[in-house]
Design a protein around this ligand. Sequence first.
Ligand SMILES: Nc1nc2c(ncn2[C@@H]2O[C@H](COP(=O)(O)OP(=O)(O)OP(=O)(O)O)[C@@H](O)[C@H]2O)c(=O)[nH]1
Ligand SMILES: [Mg+2]
Length: 232
Amino acid sequence: MASLRPHLSVVIPVFQEQGSLEATVDEAFRVLEELGRPFEVLVCDDGSLDQTPQILGWLQERHPGLRALSHPTNRGVAQALKTLYSKAQGEWVVFLPADGQVRADQIPKLLQHQDFPVVLGRRQPRRDPIARLAASWGFNFLIRRLWGLQVWDVDSVVLYRRDVLDVEFRSRDLCLPVEVLLKAVRRGLAYIEVPIEHHPRRSGRAWGANPRVVVRTLVDLLRAWWRPGLWG
Ligand SMILES: Nc1nc2c(ncn2[C@@H]2O[C@H](COP(=O)(O)OP(=O)(O)OP(=O)(O)O)[C@@H](O)[C@H]2O)c(=O)[nH]1
Ligand SMILES: [Mg+2]
């Protein structure tokens, strides 16, 4: 009997992205319809105070298949992803940012590597400010040194086979993709990093690397390394 699950779930966390959400969602539907496999698109509004909720309402009229979730207040991108991953029903799940920095037209590149349960997109060249690039280099360096994972862009867009996400998430912030990858590797699952295109933000403000998030990520990373049982 054919599976009733969609082949792919595209999950989009959104926080105050009124200037780019519409283009991001429209493009996702266009690319996925062209691929011709059953899919679903889920958006989680992470407590936005701008026009994001209204725009989501219009988008649901335009794309009746769009599933919209929301947090009453802002909880951060990792919490938004946890909400989305828990509701996604696809055999494969991919995260897409709402700000247009990685566009849906990169998804087919990731899908070419479905012999790997985890396909990490490596943003090349990465269109972010120099301080952000330096912080990200340090983050990935640390992950290579602490766990021997061969990653250069661990917190970018990732395509996961569904079972990779069927774990209990214990981490916060940018540690979430590290925890998921580590748990997959411990189960003997293979991963690959493939180049993807990256663009400057379409609009809005960059929230990704505020000092609180950076410090919390670093603390969590070192705690998880110090106590290997922490992430289960
Ligand atoms: N940074 C941030 N993003 C959030 C939050 N909640 C949801 N998001 C969304 O999560 C996505 C963040 O992913 P990316 O844009 O790839 O992250 P980033 O490039 O590191 O972050 P920026 O510097 O803000 O662009 C965006 O679509 C945000 O709208 C939040 O609390 N903080
Ligand atoms: Mg971004």
